[in-house]
Write a protein that binds this ligand. Structure first.
Ligand code: NDP
Length: 245
């Protein structure tokens, strides 16, 4: 479905991002794997290539605007364009409001929100020239519902939703759609850190009675990047097994 398309996925060295990268590669896309660690980015690309896909790995910290520009320049030199951008890189630094120190606040906003701004701005410039493109950002249901202990994370994810609606309006006339995927509880390194008690508590509230897998999120990204979603922009698609119903 994505043959000859160039797809950039941030934070794709593991977890949801890696699954998204693998899914696009499995449908014929050339995938650009981005993470802070060069070895891990290279390794993820090698795995995709070993499975018959096309991929390159790049070390890039999304909080560093110069590094983002440099990386995108390298990608454009080689691939000439970026058709699909998935902003997936994200972190948590959970604590109750009175215990969140300034560095934990700043770091979460810098990676989760400023990172989306940095990458989207540079990639959108290339998409504007091509007069087409699909931009998808991974937020979270926490950005919609809030969660005790995650004020910094919730603010960053709610920010992605507002940012994406604004940019969707700016870029619509140039053939570029901008959408958000808001996962609920997905099994990755990020959620493995939660205590069994917290996990049991969440499970009770999931009508579908199981946690999500990275594949569940990847499927929605592929839909939003496909021609079937050409008339969808500025939307947030929730992938949470009914958690927020
Ligand atoms: P993981 O912690 O498993 O993976 C995070 C990825 O982001 C890694 O590849 C990491 O690579 C990369 N990353 C982190 N910081 C940066 C940075 N500054 N620059 C570039 N890459 C970075 O997380 P998940 O797969 O669980 O989460 C992926 C996204 O989905 C996140 O945005 C998260 O908030 C969101 N999400 C996850 C949910 C879940 O239940 N797991 C639920 C809702 C949303 P490296 O460290 O090598 O740089």
């Amino acid at each position: 479905m994505f043959k000859d398309q160039v797809v950039l996925v941030t934070g794709s060295t593991r977890g949801i991002g890696k699954e998204i990268a693998k899914a696009f590669a499995g449908q014929g896309a050339a995938v650009l794997v981005i993470g802070r660690n060069a070895q891990q980015a290279g390794q993820a690309a090698v795995e995709i290539i070993a499975n018959g896909g096309l991929a390159d790995g790049y070390a890039c910290d999304v909080t560093d605007a110069d590094s983002v520009q440099e990386t995108v320049n390298k990608i454009l030199d080689k691939h000439k364009r970026i058709d699909i951008l998935v902003n997936n890189a994200g972190i948590t630094r959970d604590n109750l409001l009175l215990r969140i120190d300034e560095s934990d606040w700043d770091e979460v906003i810098r990676v989760n929100l400023k990172g989306v701004f940095n990458v989207t701005k540079v990639v959108a410039r290339a998409m504007l020239k091509a007069k087409k493109g699909k931009i998808i950002s991974i937020a979270s249901v926490i950005g919609m519902t809030g969660n005790a202990g995650q004020a910094n994370y919730a603010a960053s994810k709610a920010g992605i939703i507002g940012f994406s609606k604004s940019v969707a309006k700016e870029l619509a006339s140039r053939g570029i759609t901008v959408n958000v995927v808001a996962p609920g509880y997905i099994l990755t390194d990020m959620t493995a850190r939660l205590s069994q008690e917290v996990q049991d508590g969440i499970m009770k509230d999931i009508p579908l009675q199981h946690f999500g897998s990275p594949r569940d999120v990847a499927g929605v990204c592929m839909f939003l990047a496909s021609p079937a979603a050409d008339y969808i922009t500025g939307q947030t698609i929730v992938v949470d097994g009914g958690l927020t119903l």
